[in-house]
Design a binder for this molecule. Structure first.
Ligand code: PFF
Length: 466
């Protein structure tokens, strides 16, 4: 295996697997791990996890989430990467190839289609939040948080999201950068960004945890996150916890399947996926530990919603020593984390269009980007001119998030569990997970625990709603 990890995807024909002619391939095993971790760790960990934990009452929700990651998320991530690696095509065709191998209907390709479409839908609102993060690089860099009160910082955030033109521009910047990288197809930059930015982000989060310890409310934050009070769970909390396990691990968004399709046989799926899952969960928990003490110290509302980190962390940056530099670095790294996830949301559609329609990456990327841009306006406007246009109290942004994370992704996960656990031949999955114990454990989880877990969550949600 090559030791040098400079190019993460290339068109070489010997990337450790059996690539179809002309397919992109990871140059090294490390390259895949980095790109997949880059996909998993993103706004979901730092922006979404803390705010939904706040909205769903804290500890009990965190516990539910951890169960979902361990029993549903990790086995499914193995399944998704396995489908990609064995199917060796973009998601719909990878599913079709494996359905053929198993001798079942080619309509299983629908699962791949859902992945591509979900990635598209997710990116349309993901880039809006990523745009907020990019714009905060400049807000932090100019020292605007210095000495500002909680109310002033709240007003700054309100001013940003309330401005449809500014947020459209910032979102477009994110989309342009994402498309440029995806169109180039060679992900050298991606790998370098992940290797430097990810540890940097972790260090900064730890610095913030250090600051949170000085607020005098650290114990309250820890208690909020880790002391489960089940009475605080709302009717849909379980569904939100499951949905977030999918979102955070980049499951069922097509990205992991596509990245898996560029992966050679020499990589241990079990170990790799476990590493990604542990890292992803750690980043989310550390982000929570940094944020909640600041929330309590400043009498803020943990359930304040999507603005939570954009209001709490700037308060910390405004008060701590070197806060301007720390804040600047933090938003740069957050933007990179968002970018490496955004790339994995766009890649499935581009991979599909190039493979199936024979389009160049430029044409496929431009078309995908144009569609995503138009859809993203709905999410931009959800915070300003359309904020009162709601469906069951949810804005366009909320509806997209809710439909994808809470329903489409878990349903598609259920289908992947049934497919890899019950439809694919045991000999095939054994080839992908050659370690006997890992295969036995995975197969038990994916056949029984994962699908039953997803169904239980759905039944609970339907019961609650009905
Ligand atoms: N996992 C990413 C995050 O936590 O920010 C979001 C994401 C990326 C979801 C790719 C789904 C996906 F396919």
């Amino acid at each position: 295996m090559q030791k040098n990890a400079t190019a993460s995807i290339n068109t070489a024909a010997n990337a450790g697997g059996m690539p179809a002619a002309g397919r992109l391939n990871w140059s090294t095993r490390m390259a895949f791990i980095l790109a997949a971790t880059g996909s998993a760790v993103g706004l979901g960990n730092i922006w979404k996890f803390p705010y939904i934990t706040g909205e769903n009452g804290g500890g009990a929700f965190v516990l539910l989430y951890l169960f979902c990651i361990a029993l549903i998320g990790i086995p499914l991530l193995i399944a998704e990467v396995m489908i990609g690696r064995r199917g060796k095509h973009s998601p719909p065709d990878a599913m079709k190839a494996l359905a053929k191998e198993a001798g079942v209907s080619r309509h299983w390709s629908l699962v791949g289609w859902v992945g591509v479409i979900t990635g598209f839908l997710l990116l349309s609102f993901y880039l809006v939040v990523a745009g907020w993060a990019v714009s905060y690089i400049f807000t932090a860099g100019t020292g605007a948080f210095h000495g500002a009160s909680g109310d002033e910082i709240g007003a700054m955030f309100g001013g940003l999201v309330g401005d449809p033109v500014a947020t459209t521009v910032w979102g477009s910047v994110v989309l342009l950068i994402t498309s440029a990288i995806v169109i180039k197809g060679v992900k050298q930059g991606l790998e370098r960004a992940v290797t430097t930015m990810m540890p940097g982000l972790l260090v900064l989060l730890l610095v913030l945890v250090g600051y949170a310890m000085t607020t005098g409310h650290f114990a309250e934050g820890v208690n909020f996150m880790f002391n489960p009070d089940f009475s605080k769970l709302t009717g849909t909390s379980v569904l939100v916890a499951l949905g977030h396990a999918f979102f955070s691990l980049s499951l069922a968004g097509g990205g992991m399947m596509t990245y898996g399709s560029y992966l050679g046989k020499d990589v241990s799926l079990g170990k790799t996926v476990l590493t990604i899952g542990v890292l992803d969960t750690l980043v989310a928990l550390i982000a929570g530990l940094a944020i909640f003490p600041i929330v309590f110290a400043n009498n803020l509302e943990p359930g304040a919603g999507p603005g939570l980190i954009f209001v709490t962390l700037p308060i910390a940056f405004g008060q701590m020593p070197m806060g301007q530099v720390v804040g600047l670095l933090f938003f740069i790294m957050l933007s990179f984390a968002a970018l490496t996830s955004a790339i994995s949301l766009m890649e499935p559609a581009v991979s599909f269009l190039t493979e199936k329609k024979g389009y160049s990456r430029l044409k496929a990327g431009s078309m995908t980007a144009a569609g995503i841009w138009v859809l993203s306006l709905g999410s931009v406007f959800s915070f300003n001119i359309w904020q009162d246009h709601t469906l069951y109290g949810k804005t366009f942004f909320d509806v997209l998030d809710y439909l994808t994370s809470s329903w489409i992704m878990p349903l598609s996960g259920l289908a992947m569990a049934v497919f890899t656990g019950w439809v694919m031949k045991k000999t095939s999955t054994k080839e992908e997970l050659p370690n006997g114990m890992t295969h036995t454990l995975w197969r038990f989880l994916i056949r029984y625990i994962t699908p039953v877990g997803i169904l239980a969550v759905f039944l609970n949600a339907i019961g609650v709603m009905g």
